[in-house]
Design a protein around this ligand. Structure first.
Ligand code: NBP
Length: 478
């Protein structure tokens, strides 16, 4: 019997997804460029539903029609190379699926290229790493709905389940699935940075030790902050080395990245969308890597004008319990803003690329399997159902109320971090965003005046329609 689906690329993700499909009762053909890997998988991770194949031709022949070919290889050139090799072997109507972390513009290009040859192409965002691939990832499929029909059952079966629903929902045309995955990763950067800022405040201002911080995160995970990242953070604070020191304290403070956070930011710049919390998170990773410079700077630029790094003699006028409450509410509000910015970017992309995105359903996908899974995604999903046309998540009834309830705490906390010289750029960006968004009369009138002054760029007026120019220099000289 021919296989129901085939997986090309048997590294961490491909192999685990193939096992997941096989566990769900699907017959799976497997293939890998380096064919010794196929034998290794058959020896070390044998599954009765696997069919091993040793050439792309043999692989394609082993599949039932229309063929479902799942590529799980390194993104970029390898995907194009595989497509070129497959084109001559597959038939019209077959479906090539790219489950890797491809750039969405490549997905759009590949979709159009294969469409000319009547071959279906799906660009599928997959999140959850090795564990997710094996036992249930979040899946974000983009492409034609027609082609999606052929993989829907398999994808829904292998996906994570949250609150009784599959964490796989059709997104929209061509690159939309990979786009949503990209934005997911941007939000992930922000989430992680905000949590690490909360840690910095608790440690450096609150004076809490690792054990106490562990308890705080454990406690927060029973609140509206309940999420995978808060949960693993609490666990991280438990780990000690043989000598009794905390592993966390021995880890170098340089954060790496693989580039998807960068893509999200570049895209936001392209579409003119403010995702300042996500950008702050990316910048914080860049800055973290300047370890040597930061170490030098600490002895050149001081916390105080008096020229030392002593804490300012400011009476916080609050006990630890109060500070912890401020940090919790600030983290929550900042988190709302970062998700709101992510969804705002999706809204702009929907318009730009003529997709049809269902934000409530996207929030539901994120509830399981992926890194940003969090309880409050239920509230986001509900808010988008109640107010589907809302301009910004923070304007919905539920979230505007949450922000109004805790905003004072965010202001109070940030005034303390400013005084104490503790860097919390993502939380500061969240407050900056809220204040900018809620200011009906901004200072951009001055920018327009300056632009018109030096470049005759003209300006609009509040009291009249039209485009105006003023002879600033001439009239100034009079
Ligand atoms: P890698 O991203 O490390 O890719 C390794 C696989 O790509 C191997 O099977 C390799 O075959 C194959 N490959 C390469 Br490299 N060049 C090829 C070519 N020209 N033709 C055919 N195959 C080629 O594997 P991964 O970590 O399993 O990730 C797979 C995809 O999933 C990536 O796009 C990744 O970004 C994405 N992703 C990863 C994670 C994660 O947590 N790792 C999570 C979500 C998404 P070989 O054995 O012959 O070298």
């Amino acid at each position: 019997m021919n296989s129901n689906i085939g997986v090309v690329g048997l590294s961490v993700m491909g192999m685990n997804l193939a096992l997941n499909m096989a566990d769900n009762g699907y017959r799976v053909s497997i293939f890998n460029r380096t064919i010794s890997v196929v034998d290794k998988v058959m020896e070390e991770n044998f599954h009765k539903n696997f069919t091993s194949t040793y050439s792309l031709k043999e692989f394609v022949k082993s599949l039932e029609k229309p063929r479902r070919i799942f590529l799980m290889v390194k993104s970029g050139k390898p995907v194009d190379m595989l497509i070129e090799q497959l084109i001559d072997i597959v038939e019209e109507g077959d479906i090539i699926i790219d489950g890797g972390n491809s750039f969405y513009k490549d997905t759009i290009r590949r979709t159009n290229y294969l469409k000319e040859k009547n071959i279906n192409f799906l660009g599928v965002g997959i999140s959850g790493g090795e564990e997710g691939a094996r036992f249930g990832p979040a899946i974000m499929p983009g492409g034609t709905e027609e082609a999606y029909k052929y993989v829907k059952d398999i994808f829904e079966d292998i996906s994570a389940k949250a609150y009784g629903e599959s964490c796989c929902k059709y997104i929209s045309e061509d690159g939309s699935g990979h786009y949503v995955k990209m934005v997911h990763n941007g939000i992930e950067y922000a989430d992680m940075q905000l949590i690490s800022e909360a840690y910095a405040i608790l440690k450096n201002i609150g004076g809490l030790n690792n054990h106490e911080i562990q308890k705080v995160f454990e406690d927060w995970n029973k609140s509206e902050l309940e999420s995978y990242l808060i949960e693993i953070t609490a666990n991280i604070f438990k780990v000690k080395e043989d000598d009794g020191t905390y592993l966390l304290d021995n880890i170098m403070d340089k954060a790496s990245q693989k580039g998807t956070g960068k893509w999200t930011n570049l895209e936001a710049i392209d579409l003119g969308v403010d995702i300042s919390v996500i950008s702050a998170a990316l910048n914080a990773r860049f800055m973290s890597n300047l370890k040597d410079e930061r170490t030098k700077a600490e002895n050149i630029i001081f916390k105080n004008t008096v020229g030392n790094n002593q804490d300012l003699n400011i009476n916080l006028n609050m006990d630890r319990k109060e500070l912890i409450k401020l940090v919790k509410n600030s983290l929550y509000i900042s988190k709302i803003v970062s998700y709101a910015q992510g969804f705002k970017l999706l809204k702009a992309a929907e318009k730009e690329y003529s997709w049809n995105l269902n934000f409530s359903e996207i929030a539901k996908i994120f509830r399981g399997g992926c890194i940003i899974r969090a309880k409050f995604l239920n509230d986001i999903s509900d808010a988008f159902v109640a107010e589907s046309d809302v301009d910004n998540l923070i304007l919905t009834k539920f979230f505007s109320n949450e922000i109004n309830t805790g905003l004072e705490d965010l202001r109070r906390l940030l005034s303390i971090t400013v005084q104490q010289g503790v860097p919390v750029s993502a939380m500061s960006s969240a407050l900056g965003y809220i204040d900018t968004y809620r200011t009906s009369r901004s200072s951009a009138n001055l920018i327009q005046a300056q632009r018109d002054y030096f470049g005759a760029h003209t300006f609009e007026r509040l009291d009249r329609e039209g485009s105006f120019h003023y002879e600033w220099i001439e009239n100034n000289e009079k």
